[in-house]
Design a protein around this ligand. Structure first.
Ligand code: ADP
Ligand code: MG
Ligand code: ZN
Length: 475
């Protein structure tokens, strides 16, 4: 029997609004436990929620970017359950009228382009965190995360393998970052993915699925998917049945285990949230948001290759992370040299980042200093090797380029007299080699040129040095 895999994703993205969804508490990550809380988000009886307007705007912007239909009359619902990390014993979410529906996202994998349908995006509140203390055996509660706004982006079961899932998550992450609606810090749990997966005989009816919860690393997601496909096929081939359940993936052990049998919507006793009015989204608001949509990475890549003449590769590297992209745009603007800026960032800066294990999100470089350096090299005040050296000093020590260059005496030697002296000295010291050259052995030119540059301590203008050396060898 030949099997095929069917996967649907639910992605929870924490929105990067300043305050929580229904109160004024900060959404800042971390903090001393239970310091980012108030009666509203800690679920005290009798308090009333007040919807944060930015949360709606963030969800709408995401909806536009994901080609969704906007629900003009959207509602909130209560999802009832008891978890110790949610003191109200219900979560305010959206079941019947989510804010966005019927979108799609185009992905690209080794086997080409494919469109993944998005069923809906809804808004909801996050729960707190349980902290297990292995020494005392106690569990403590931290409600700081309670009420942090979440978007849940639910796809249709359109994925067939891990490669497609990862391509989708990467594209989605890029969009959320460029929209500035989520910081996408995987390690802080800003994006968490539930993987719904089933297998079926090729072309057959949809099989029973399992849901693997709260995955927050792309690598682990890939491994969990491969493992779950194998597990389900083995059970089915042995004549068994798949149980619809929620599973947990242990990435260190490379194993998964059942957590609980899967609840249905009915189990949560959803009902319309009585403390919040339905949300009416008027056309003016939509128009205003569409007009102020930020430029997305895909559009930037097209502009860079088209307007600046960058290669596809450079445009790709520069837009891989918004942080790098912002740096590219400010340095290009200041220096007026987009091509040179692109070469610098995709070449020397990337090399330094790799060597020192600096991640794109942690890169912090002074755009003004890089722009100064580009001006210095383009106007011939310093040569390429001095440029490289100074870039490194700016990268590692945040050095001031002008001060560094004058301190190290790196200004380029452009005056002919100094170069002529150096050339003459080299020709005297390398009399035999010069003779070889004159006798037709042209490839020794490079060696002589190297000697001249060495004599000029690397600061010579290579064009001038080359010309003078050529002339001297002719005479
Ligand atoms: P629930 O309400 O239990 O969360 P949904 O019907 O909302 O379930 O679906 C949740 C996710 O599971 C969606 O992304 C959907 O595409 C996916 N899904 C639904 N049925 C299957 C299936 N048989 N195999 C794989 N994924 C599925
Ligand atoms: Mg679900
Ligand atoms: Zn609060």
């Amino acid at each position: 029997m030949k099997w095929e895999t069917v996967i649907g994703l639910e992605v929870h993205a924490e929105m990067s609004t300043d305050s929580k969804i229904f109160c004024g508490c900060t959404t800042a990550y971390g903090g001393e436990p239970n310091t980012h809380v108030c009666p509203v988000c800690s679920g005290m009886p009798g308090v009333l929620p007040k919807l944060n307007r930015s949360v709606v705007e963030y969800a709408l912007r995401t909806g536009f970017a994901l080609n969704c239909e906007i629900t003009k009359y959207s509602k909130f619902d209560r999802k009832n359950y008891f978890y110790p990390d949610l003191p109200k014993a219900y979560q305010v979410s959206q079941l019947y009228a989510p804010i966005c529906r019927n979108g799609y996202l185009e992905i690209e994998t080794g086997s080409g382009k494919k469109s993944i349908r998005i069923r809906e995006i809804h808004m909801e509140e996050d729960a707190g965190k349980l902290i297990h203390d292995p020494r005392s055996g106690n569990t403590q509660m931290d409600f700081n995360r309670c009420g942090v706004p979440l978007m849940e982006i639910v796809s249709q079961p359109d994925f067939q393998n891990a490669e497609e899932v990862i391509a989708y998550l990467e594209k989605l992450r890029e969009i959320l970052l460029y929209l500035d609606v989520c910081d996408c810090k995987m390690q802080e749990g800003s994006i968490r993915t539930d993987i719904n997966l089933s297998v079926r005989p090729v072309g057959g009816e949809l099989g029973v699925r399992t849901e693997t919860k709260n995955m927050n690393s792309f690598k682990a997601i890939g491994r969990a998917i491969e493992h779950e496909i194998k597990r389900q096929i083995e059970i089915l081939e042995d004549g068994g049945h798949i149980v619809q359940e929620t599973r947990r993936w242990d990435d260190d052990k490379g194993q998964s285990s059942g957590m609980r049998s899967k609840e249905n919507a009915q189990d949560y006793r959803y009902f319309p949230e009585p403390d919040l009015l339905p949300l009416q989204i008027d056309d003016m608001w939509i128009t205003q948001l569409i007009e102020t949509m930020p430029e997305l990475a895909q559009q930037k890549r097209e502009r860079y290759t088209h307007d600046y003449g960058l290669s596809e590769y450079e445009a790709q590297v520069l837009t891989v992370h918004k942080n790098i992209c912002d740096l590219f745009e400010s340095v290009s603007k200041m220096s007026g040299q987009p091509l040179e800026t692109a070469h610098l960032l995709t070449g020397e800066i990337m090399r330094l980042m790799n060597n020192t294990n600096v991640l794109p999100e942690d890169l912090s470089l002074d755009a003004c200093k890089l722009s100064t350096l580009i001006e210095l090299v383009c106007s011939g005040k310093i040569n390429r090797s001095a440029y490289k050296e100074t870039v490194e000093a700016v990268f590692t020590d945040n050095a001031d380029p002008q001060a560094y260059i004058s301190e190290k005496g790196l200004l380029m030697i452009n005056d002919d007299k100094t170069v002529i002296e150096a050339v003459n000295a080299v020709l005297v010291e390398n009399n035999d080699t010069a003779a070889d050259y004159r006798a037709g052995k042209e490839k020794v030119f490079g060696f002589l040129m190297g000697q001249v540059m060495k004599k000029l301590k690397g600061k010579g203008n290579p064009d001038i040095a080359k010309k003078i050396l050529e002339d001297a060898l002719k005479s």
